[in-house]
Write a protein that binds this ligand. Structure first.
Ligand SMILES: [Zn+2]
Length: 129
């Protein structure tokens, strides 16, 4: 293990993009398995190869910039999924969008038809909870 640590000294190592590439390559592998096209399965090695290239790279600044670019792209998607997950867990509330400004409004569930006032633009709309 010491030899490996020595080998990794001054190299970039793993980050969020590393894990994303591994997962992406596994998904590709599964998809390719589904279609059973010979040799096409090898394209799953591309993200994996890139992932290893990044881990052993000595150009740390460049790799960090790649990771930042990836996070910038991924964060809105990740947040959207986390938001969806949180909402589906939330049995006590319903979520509506203000028809005027698209602001999301959370209201308690099971109150019948209620008059909702948008906290952002003050627009009033009626929804059934
Ligand atoms: Zn509004």
């Amino acid at each position: 293990m010491f030899g490996f640590r020595n080998f990794m000294a001054g190299r970039y190592g793993s980050d969020a993009l590393t894990y994303a590439l591994v997962i992406f390559s596994l998904i590709l592998g599964l998809l390719m398995n589904l279609f059973r096209v010979p040799f096409l399965q090898l394209i799953m090695l591309l993200p994996l190869g890139y992932c290893f290239f990044r881990m052993f790279s000595r150009n740390i600044e460049r790799r960090a910039a790649e990771n930042r670019a990836f996070l910038k792209f991924w964060q809105p998607i990740g947040n959207w999924f986390m938001g969806r997950a949180a909402r589906s867990q939330d049995a006590a509330h319903r979520y509506f969008r203000c028809p005027k400004c698209r602001q999301e409004v959370r209201v308690p569930r099971g109150k019948g038809r209620i008059n909702i006032t948008c906290p952002k633009c003050g627009n009033k709309f009626i929804k059934k909870t």
